[in-house]
Structures are given as C-alpha cells and as structure tokens.
Write a protein that binds this ligand. Structure first.
Ligand SMILES: *[C@@H]1O[C@H](CO)[C@@H](O)[C@H](O)[C@H]1NC(C)=O
Ligand SMILES: *[C@@H]1O[C@H](CO)[C@@H](O)[C@H](O)[C@H]1NC(C)=O
Length: 399
C-alpha cells in the first residue's frame, strides 16, 4: 500500500509538472466527445480567450473564435473546447490562452492522441494436432479494428512466447482500412515441438494497444495435441513371398521403431487374432486353414494406431513335378507358371516339328550320296531343315 500511495503522488506531481511545462497528453477514444478546459478562463462570459489547434484537419495552426459555428470543435460558454465525436484526424495539439480575473495570461497545452479498441482477438485456422520435430502452423491470431495498430503477442502455457526464427516463428501482417483508418493485424505462429514436451500445450494470443491503463485483450486459448511422428510400420515375411509348403513354418515380423514400443496385434482376413501383443507371429506347421491375408496393427497410447500393408500367406505343393496350378500362389507365381507353360509348350512344338521333318526327309536321304563324314551331313541337314521350315511357313501363309 505505501508504495502505491507513493507512486500515485509521483504521478500527480508529473501530471502537474506536465500541465505547467510541456502540456498534457490526452488519449481519447474514437467517436466519443472530448472536452478540453481552458485554464484560467472565467466560467461565464465575458471571457478573453483564444483556442488554436494544429491537427490532421488543419494545414497549420487554426484559430477558433467563440462565435464561430465550427462543426468540428465548438467553444462552450464556460470557455472549454468541445469535440463532439473525435476522430483520427483530430490527433494533434490544442492550445488555449486566456486572461484570468486578475488580468494574468494563462496557457493550456494539450497533445491529443486517439485510440480504438479492436474486437476481441481470435485464433483462426487453429491446429488440433502438432507433430514433434517438424514445423507446425499453430494458428493465426487476428485482431480487427484497432487504432493505433498495437501489437499481437503469443503465449505458451501463460508465458510469453518469444520468436527465435527457429523453433518459434511468427509472421506478422497489418492492413489499414482506407476508409476508417483502423488496423487489422494478423500473426501466424509456427512452432517445432521438441521431443518429450507437453502433450497438450496451451497457446493464446493477446492484443495490446500500448497505452497505459489498457489491459491486453486475450483470445480464447487453444490446446492442440502434440504427437510423435509415426514411423512407417513394416511387415516382414519369412519365407519371402509368403508361400510355404504344407507343414512348413511362416514367420511374420512387425517392425516399428517408435518409443516406447507400441502394442502390436495381428489381423487375419480382417479379423483381429486373439493373441497377446507381440511383434512376431509364428505360424508353425502351416496348413490350408492358415492361408489368408495378414497384417499387423501398432497401437500407441497417445498416438493412435497404424496398420501395416497386408501380406498373403498360402501353401504350395512344391514336391510334385509339372507346372504349379497357380490357384494357390499369388499373381506373381501364376505369371511364372504361365510363362513356364508357354516355354514348355514351345519346346514340345519344336520337337514335334523336328520329328515330322526328320521323317519326311528319310526317303530323300537314301537317294543321296553317302556323306564323307557325320559333321557335313548334320550341317546339310540343318540347312535343309531351315529351308523346309521356310517353305512350310510360306505354304501356311497362303489360303
Ligand atoms: C506526452 O507524450 C510525449 C510524446 O509521446 C512525451 O515526450 C511527453 O513526455 C508526454 N508528456 C506527459 C506529461 O506525459
Ligand atoms: C464546461 O462545460 C462542459 C459542458 O457543460 C463541462 O463538461 C465541462 O466540465 C466544463 N468545464 C469546466 C472547466 O468547468
């Protein structure tokens, strides 16, 4: 209490000193009336006084006469100056010179500043979730209709948030309405949450006009949820491709490196398997009923859950000869079987054609001379064969 009293006394001293020496600073709210008193002037006419002003409305000093019907400012019967609705253009200096009852000249000097309190600031585009380690837009604080411009500042958990151009970035913008002269401020906050921070930080923004005795205006707080970035979940299969002989073993391993380790559950053909959490699913002695589509789901208490891409597990009779049926295997195996089948078919066809040609040539061969050696004979046979094949192709090409 004593300190407050002392401060009050000092303020009074300063005000009086200002009034006597440098003039008085007046702040007035836009649109409201302002009355400036002419010190020393008698309360009633006849008075000897002169008001003069230098504001946004006047080019230089303008002298007001008591009788003048000025719409902007009027001298009242008691000598005070009335501005019925003050505006931004009324900012400036007002002076009055009056003769008091004892014939002494008294001067009043006012510096008038106007202000407008904006609407309650708001946070727009507020983030509901922030990700650790990457820059996230928290939101944009908007204040509309202030004069002078004033400032917006952000708070985290009640403490001022100082932009550092690294983890805390604030982008500010101000616009001025050309008609009203009032300001719209925007402040966009981007933060990069550090690992291990609060899961639910509270952000708020406040507007301050920078005038004494004017409390800042606060936005409603926002509380985004901070989460660790989810690693990509991977499902590894052994044997690769997920095809196993009946009675074989399949090992499915769910790989995710988030800390703490998440709960891992398994899904087969869309149905969760009733197993305890484990990153490994072992399928020993695989039989037909084990075939299906498997995936794993990692669940974090705070970060939600993530499912792996599914894999197909199937059995294949690898003991039997001949082409695989292809119905059990995946599409890759089917294609392989088809390719093998085509190749096999081509091989058989070639053999057949060869056999036919061989037979056709048998009688001719007897008429020919006995070749000097076996190699020559084979060479000739090959040449004939290709000639004959060409002839056959030409024949086939006809009608
Ligand atoms: C009035 O404001 C001016 C500038 O804004 C400042 O220099 C001066 O000290 C103030 N006077 C009083 C009495 O507060
Ligand atoms: C002068 O008159 C106005 C309006 O009647 C009043 O508001 C103001 O306080 C008066 N000023 C003085 C110095 O008496």
């Amino acid at each position: 209490m004593p300190t407050e009293t002392a401060a009050g006394a000092w303020a009074l001293v300063l005000v009086l000193w200002g009034a006597l020496v440098g003039g008085q600073n007046i702040t007035a709210r836009i649109g409201e009336p302002l009355v400036l008193s002419c010190k020393g002037a008698p309360k009633k006419p006849p008075q000897q006084l002169e008001w003069k002003l230098n504001t946004g409305r006047t080019e230089a000093w303008k002298i007001l006469s008591p009788q003048g019907g000025d719409s902007v400012a009027r001298i009242l019967p008691n000598g005070s100056l009335l501005l019925p609705a003050i505006g931004i253009v009324d900012e400036g200096t007002f002076r009055c010179r009056a003769m008091n009852r004892h014939g002494k000249e008294i001067k009043s000097n006012y510096r008038v500043r106007v202000y407008q309190i904006p609407g309650k600031p708001e946070i727009v585009d507020a983030a509901s979730e922030l990700t650790v380690g990457v820059p996230n837009k928290v939101g944009t604080c908007v204040s509309k209709g202030s004069y002078p411009a004033g400032t917006l500042s952000w708070h985290l958990d009640g403490k001022p948030l100082i932009p550092d151009e690294k983890r805390t970035i604030v982008k500010e913008e101000s616009r001025r309405n050309p008609e009203t002269g009032l300001f719209t401020l925007e402040s966009e906050l981007t933060v990069t949450p550090a690992p291990g921070g609060a899961a639910h930080p509270t952000f708020s923004c406040s507007f301050s006009l920078g005038l004494a005795r004017r409390r800042p205006l606060n936005t409603a707080p926002i509380q985004p949820h901070v989460r660790e970035p989810l690693e990509r979940i991977q499902l590894l299969v052994e044997p690769e491709g997920g095809i196993v002989a009946p009675g074989g073993t399949v090992t499915l391993t769910c790989v995710i490196s988030t800390q703490p380790p998440p709960q891992i559950h398994w899904i087969k053909d869309g149905t969760p398997l009733p197993l305890a959490s484990s990153p490994v699913l072992l399928l020993p002695k695989v039989e037909h009923k084990d075939e299906g589509i498997y995936s794993c789901v990692a669940t974090h208490p705070s970060h939600g859950s993530q499912e792996s891409t599914p894999v197909s597990i199937s059995t294949s009779e690898t003991g039997k000869e001949g082409p695989a049926t292809g119905s059990v295997g995946g599409s890759g195996l089917g294609t392989l079987a088809l390719a093998l089948g085509i190749l096999g078919g081509l091989g058989i066809a070639t053999l057949l054609i060869g056999a036919i040609l061989w037979r056709k040539r048998q009688p001719r061969r007897e008429e020919r001379k006995v070749p000097e050696n076996q190699e020559d004979e084979e060479e000739r046979a090959e040449l004939n064969q290709s000639e004959d094949a060409e002839a056959r192709e030409n024949d086939a090409g006809g009608p």
